[in-house]
Ligand binder design. Structure first.
Ligand code: FES
Ligand code: FES
Length: 169
């Protein structure tokens, strides 16, 4: 039996896409298989590890748990969309400098979760960071380096914000 395909349109990293897909396709499979954005990693495929986390209209979601049709009309950011003009995002740079990654499998999910956290809470306490990252699993780092990476990223983003505000005033 063939399933009727559904037409969807969405924006990913600022680029508009239209696709005709099986209604049962997950968002992770759309991103990786159809759009070849393979920076979104798939680990557990049932919402536990956080490796597949992307931003949907600014909110961190598990791409393995969402159907692609649910993203119709949405604006998505994947790890590929974090850099600007070839420059790494300050969160990415902080993870490199503070050794917040080793094998890197979990890293895209961490980066996007931290992005959401720092948008909502630019100066989070360590407990807030731990809470926000509670759903992300890393098998390599032991998490302390990730915590340091988030602190450094938060400081840099606040400094950049302060510099931009003083230039604008
Ligand atoms: S692959 Fe989606 S949460 Fe693990
Ligand atoms: S860096 Fe290897 S799983 Fe996190």
């Amino acid at each position: 039996m063939t399933t009727q395909k559904k037409a969807i349109s969405l924006s990913v990293n600022g680029i508009s896409y239209e696709a005709s897909i099986e209604p049962r396709m997950t968002l992770a499979d759309l991103l990786r298989g159809e759009l070849v954005l393979t920076g979104t990693h798939v680990g557990c495929e049932h919402g536990v590890c956080g490796a597949c986390t992307v931003l949907l209209d600014g909110r961190a979601v598990r791409a393995c748990l969402m159907l692609a049709v649910q993203a119709d009309g949405a604006s998505l950011t994947t790890v590929e969309g974090l850099e600007t003009d070839g420059e790494l995002h300050p969160i990415q740079q902080a993870f490199i400098e503070e050794h917040g990654l080793q094998c890197g499998f979990c890293t895209p999910g961490f980066l996007l979760t931290v992005h959401e956290l720092l948008e909502n809470s630019p100066d989070p306490s360590d407990d807030e960071v731990r809470d926000a990252l509670g759903g992300q699993i890393c098998r390599c780092t032991g998490y302390q380096a990730i915590l340091r990476s988030v602190r450094l990223a938060a400081t840099r983003l606040r400094d950049a914000q302060a510099a931009a505000s003083s230039q604008g005033s």
